[in-house]
Design a protein around this ligand. Structure first.
Ligand SMILES: Nc1ncnc2c1ncn2[C@@H]1O[C@H](COP(=O)(O)OP(=O)(O)O)[C@@H](O)[C@H]1O
Ligand SMILES: [Mg+2]
Length: 225
């Protein structure tokens, strides 16, 4: 039986046990559909009741452009060393430790500014499952190695490579790049990162085939990052 979106929902629902907050990671190369899958999961699981599932993207831990300039890394923004990986791992710890009273704020990533934005994503005490997603959840280098042990399961978005690149180029264009710049970025720095991510796929608990993810439904209120 091929894996369906219903199977994914059922598997995610089973993750929280007892009073402990659970963590589901979604990894995959740029453009593979991580944010889209996370968005669908969180929306369907929450339904219309009190939200018990929160969406916390790794993308909020991009270093700011000013810091990338200082480090001389702006030309490879999106690479593993252009994020605050230790800060991301620390946020996961904080989300695990603090459940009872306080809202925990996670940073977001603003795609038009291409900058992180502190305090953008409130995780309410009612959240029993955190869905977190990003390129480097399964990387074993540096502080990235702290991430996987903090997650209960990690799923990997498997998308055929030519379709992944097509969607990635289209997303770059939608956020303001010229067609030439969009293609150059997708096939240059993004491709290098995509290859790094693809090499971590075997560490995932589950590979999610693209057909198990609902298609983009109508015009989205805000495009997934
Ligand atoms: N089923 C689909 N068909 C066509 N385009 C899609 C589909 N799912 C997602 N996309 C688009 O592909 C692009 C990449 O998806 P996204 O979820 O942002 O990937 P990631 O978060 O892994 O970088 C987005 O612009 C998204 O709208
Ligand atoms: Mg994304």
């Amino acid at each position: 039986m091929p894996l369906t979106f219903e199977d994914l929902l059922a598997r995610a629902r089973r993750l929280p046990r007892g009073g402990r907050r659970a963590f589901l990671g979604i990894a995959g190369s740029p453009g593979a559909g991580k944010s889209t899958l996370a968005g669908h999961l969180v929306r369907e699981l929450n339904g219309t009741g009190e939200p018990w599932v929160a969406h916390v993207p790794m993308d909020g831990f991009h270093l700011a452009d000013a810091e990338l300039d200082r480090l001389g890394r702006r030309h490879r923004k999106g690479a593993p060393d252009t994020f605050d990986a230790a800060g991301y791992a620390a946020l996961l710890d904080r989300l695990r430790a603090e459940r009872d009273d306080e809202v925990v704020y996670a940073p977001g990533f603003e795609r038009v500014l291409e900058q992180p934005l502190a305090g953008a994503l409130p995780v309410p005490p009612s959240a029993r499952l955190v869905v977190t997603e990003g390129n480097y959840l399964l990387l074993e280098s540096g502080a990235w190695a702290r991430v996987r042990p903090r997650l209960d399961e990690v799923w990997f978005c498997g998308l055929e490579e030519s379709e992944r690149v097509r969607r990635l180029v289209a997303r770059h264009e939608r956020f303001g790049k010229s067609p030439a710049d969009a293609a150059a970025w997708a096939l240059g720095p993004d491709q290098h990162n995509a290859d790094l991510v693809a090499a971590t796929r075997h560490r995932a608990d589950l590979v999610v085939p693209a057909r198990a993810v609902p298609g983009a439904r109508g015009p989205a209120p805000s495009p997934p990052g």
